[in-house]
Design a protein around this ligand. Structure first.
Ligand code: C2E
Ligand code: CA
Ligand code: CA
Length: 809
């Protein structure tokens, strides 16, 4: 089952990947949101931080100015300076300036006259042009208190400048100390505020800005200086510097000596902070997020796999079951997933419903294909397959088996006479009865076709098969009770055994059928197959030809058997019975050829032959002055022949004999196939003047209803009852009842099969009209019969009595 496995893996993986992807997306979104939030937060708070930084920057400048002013004041208070000033000793002044300035790092120091003219100085940077106006401006702000400080560009570089008057007590001049603004200021500011400081300066509005100092480095300072900072007074400007976005706060620095900031020398301080850095996440945050992410991913992965398994396991189960169902195997165990309450459970339940209906359909199909719907027994297909299978199995084990084929006698006529509903019930009852006779496990009873049943006996010898067949035949001798009907339905049974009689399943069944046909033909009990039965049809054809020739060649013989009046002992009539003088086999009784002639329809020609022979015999008897009625037998085929009355009429005329001279004997069986047609024929024959007789009365008769409708003159009680009535009181009682019944219906009665004097007496006492039997006379050729009847008449006259026929023999 590779397909479901692949489904499992790919589906589980895809589900896991999907869930993980979604999770990663979520993580990304939250990180982005955090980033954006931090950025926004940074942008919001940055101006404030810059403003605070600016305040720190201012106070740093002020501190430095104070230190500078204090140093200048200390210098101004120096007596040596005053003395040098009074004496205008410029060399001393210069050395004093240098010494004091160096103490505080002021590289520039100058001594100015009261007119702010430069008298002495240290360093080269202090030029009259730069210091003069600045000092003058400072002096104004110093006012009377004396000292003042401010910013000034000295030599193009920003400096803090302090100016202190020297008085003695009148004003002698001014001490000016210049402290360059260097990298330390920026470094200090950075330490305190984390902000960067960039100072820009220009000498006039026409000059470009240049960076003088920057904690960001020279390159950054140049980039910043390249911006047009004119009029800049925004709380914060943002600028990309060296690939980094900076938030910058520009502040003009009041520049001493500049007439206005727009045109003269100017200084700009820019406090800055990297926005990226300000918005940067806390150092732990990425690790924290990574940790959460990995934990989440792990949880997601296991949840995804678990879910996938919960989904794919039942799907695989479903797929397995579907695949098995697809190959026709509906035996898979019930799906566990059907107990679930979710969609998978619903799918599983749908599948179970589908499987149930598939199974039902399958079983129905199998039933239809392998079961006979009427009897519920296996049908021909299943039976033949079982025989095949049994033979295949036996071939391995060396065991033997047998097949019985049964055919119900008279089924077709019962079906026609009593209707198909009764016919169906009869088949069901026959099937049940048959099944009861076959009790071994593994044996099979089947309905192969119409009224043909079959039995498969596994592990069976011919002897066992024969005894089962006999049991079956015996069971079917009992009539079947169906509502008001009691139907005697004997069966013909044929037996064939494997391996004795066939080398394949088909021939085995076929040969059992042959044996069955032979059994039916011979009206015998169960027959085991013999090779002679096989060419039955060839034999039949040959026999048919032979019989035709027999007719043409005059091999048929008419025998007459006397019918005597029980009351007078006189010859009342005779029954015409046919014989065949076969050239090789000798004189054949009618059983040997009449059933066959009935099957082929040739019996109609035989009947006409018998009739003509009878007509001749009757005229011969008349010539001898013997007046009697001759009885002859009609078969079912004759009664179904609508032309029969016309044919007989023709012969009556030809032979110049009256219809009243003949009695036509019919059996119940002759009446069964098509009662309406038979009745119509009989009525015509009766109207023509023929007498009618019911032959074999009491044997197999199931209903008297039809008796009423028949234009009958006589009933002939079957030999089977009469023969033993002298010994068997039941038979005697039955004969008595039949006689009474016949009399009540207004019929005369003939008892057939009278074999002794005692029976003759009994019948006479029962008021039976006529008797026929070996006791009085066997069937004999016509000439013999003439002689016999002459003898009979003589004997009777001699004895002068009709009382005891027995004495006459
Ligand atoms: P069936 O019509 O019942 O004829 C009476 C049979 O009983 C005759 O046998 C006869 O020999 C026999 N029988 C007479 N008396 C006795 C007796 O005392 N004891 C015993 N055991 N048997 C007795 P058969 O001649 O062998 O004829 C047999 C059957 O063949 C007849 O039975 C009849 O059904 C048929 N059959 C004979 N001839 C013809 C015919 O020309 N046409 C037709 N359609 N059937 C015929
Ligand atoms: Ca008869
Ligand atoms: Ca009879």
């Amino acid at each position: 089952m590779t397909l479901p496995r692949r489904l499992h893996v790919s589906f589980a993986l895809r589900l896991a990947a999907l869930l993980l992807g979604l999770f990663a997306l979520l993580q990304l979104a939250s990180i982005t949101a955090i980033g954006l939030g931090l950025d926004a937060q940074a942008r919001r708070t940055l101006p404030e931080r810059l403003a605070a930084g600016e305040r720190v920057f201012k106070s740093l400048l002020e501190q430095r100015a104070q230190v500078l002013t204090d140093a200048a004041a200390a210098l101004a208070a120096d007596a040596a300076l005053r003395a040098a000033a009074l004496s205008d000793d410029r060399a001393t002044l210069a050395s004093l300036l240098e010494r004091h300035g160096a103490r505080i790092g002021a590289t520039e120091a100058a001594w100015l006259g009261t007119d702010f003219g430069l008298r002495a100085r240290t360093g080269e940077a202090m030029q009259q042009a730069a210091i003069g106006p600045a000092a003058a401006a400072l002096a104004v702000s110093a006012g009377s208190t004396g000292s003042a400080s401010g910013l000034v560009l000295v030599g193009g570089r920003p400096h803090q400048l302090a100016l202190v008057p020297v008085k003695a007590p009148g004003l002698l001049g001014w001490v000016a100390l210049g402290l360059p603004i260097d990298d330390r200021l920026g470094a200090e500011l950075h330490t305190l505020t984390s902000l960067d400081l960039t100072l820009l300066a220009r000498d006039s509005a026409n000059d470009p800005w240049r960076g003088t100092h920057s904690t960001l480095g020279d390159a950054a300072a140049r980039e910043i200086a390249a911006q047009p900072w004119n009029g800049a007074a925004t709380p914060m400007a943002s600028l990309d510097v060296a690939g980094e976005e900076l938030g910058l706060r520009p502040r003009w620095l009041a520049t001493l000596g500049a007439a206005d900031r727009e045109s003269g020398p100017a200084m700009l301080a820019l406090l800055s902070l990297s926005i990226d850095a300000a918005a940067g996440m806390p150092r732990v945050l990425p690790w924290l997020l990574l940790g959460i992410g990995m934990l989440g991913a792990g949880m997601f992965a296991s949840a995804a796999l678990h879910t996938a398994r919960r989904v794919t396991a039942p799907l695989r189960e479903l797929a397995d079951a579907a695949e098995r169902l697809g190959t026709g195997d509906a035996t898979a165990p019930p799906l566990a997933a059907a107990a679930r309450s979710d969609e998978i459970g619903e799918a599983a339940r749908s599948f179970e419903r589908m499987r149930a209906s598939v199974v039902a359909t399958q079983q129905q199909t199998l039933r239809l294909a392998y079961r006979d719907t009427l009897t519920g027994l296996p049908n021909r297909a299943q039976f033949d397959a079982a025989v095949h299978e049994a033979i295949a199995a036996s071939a391995g084990t060396g065991s033997t088996l047998a097949v019985l084929v049964l055919d119900l006698d008279r089924f077709r006529s019962i079906n026609n006479r009593l209707g198909h509903a009764v016919g169906d019930r009869l088949l069901q009852a026959a099937g049940e009865r048959l099944a009861r006779q076959v009790m071994r496990e593994g044996d099979m009873v089947a309905r192969r076709a119409g009224d043909q049943f079959a039995v498969l006996l596994r592990e069976s010898t011919p002897e066992l098969a024969h005894s089962v067949a006999q049991r079956i035949a015996l069971a079917f001798e009992q009539p079947l009770a169906l509502d008001e009907h009691r139907l005697a339905v004997p069966v013909g049974v044929g037996i064939a055994c494997w391996p004795e009689h066939a080398d394949s399943a088909d021939t085995l069944v076929h040969r059992a059928e042959r044996a069955m046909l032979a059994a039916k033909r011979g009206r015998s009990g169960p027959l085991v197959y013999e090779p002679a039965m096989d060419d039955g049809s060839a034999q039949s054809l040959a026999l048919l030809d032979e019989l035709r020739e027999a007719l043409a060649r005059g091999e048929l013989r008419l025998h007459l058997q006397p019918k005597l009046s029980l009351a007078t002992g006189g010859v009342a009539g005779a029954e015409a019975l046919l014989r065949w003088q076969h050239p090789r086999r000798g004189l054949l009784p009618p059983e040997e050829f009449i059933p066959f002639a009935e099957q082929t329809g040739l019996v109609r020609e035989l009947t006409l032959w018998v009739f003509e022979a009878c007509a001749r015999a009757w005229r011969e008897l008349q010539a001898e002055d013997v007046d009697m009625v001759l009885s002859l037998n009609l078969s079912a085929r004759d009664l179904l022949d609508a032309e029969l009355p016309a044919r007989l009429e023709k012969r009556l005329l030809e032979q110049r004999v009256p219809a009243e001279a003949f009695c036509l004997e019919i059996t119940e069986g002759a009446f069964l196939d098509d009662p309406q047609r038979a009745l119509a024929t009989l009525k015509r024959l009766s109207l023509m003047g023929f007498k009618l007789s019911i032959d074999d009365f009491g044997a197999g008769l199931s209903s008297y209803a039809w008796l009423k409708q028949l234009p009958v003159d006589e009933l002939k009680i079957d030999t089977a009852f009469v023969r033993n009535m002298d010994r068997d009181p039941v038979d005697a009682k039955l004969v008595r009842s039949m006689i009474e019944l016949a009399h009540n219906l207004g019929f005369g009665v003939v008892a057939e099969g009278v074999e002794n004097a005692r029976t003759w007496e009994l019948l006479r006492e029962l008021n039976c009209e006529q008797a026929q039997g070996f006791h009085m006379g066997r069937p004999m050729p016509v000439e013999e019969f003439l002689a016999w009847s002459a003898r009979w008449v003589d004997k009777r006259r001699l004895l002068g009595t009709a009382g005891s026929a027995g004495l006459l023999h």
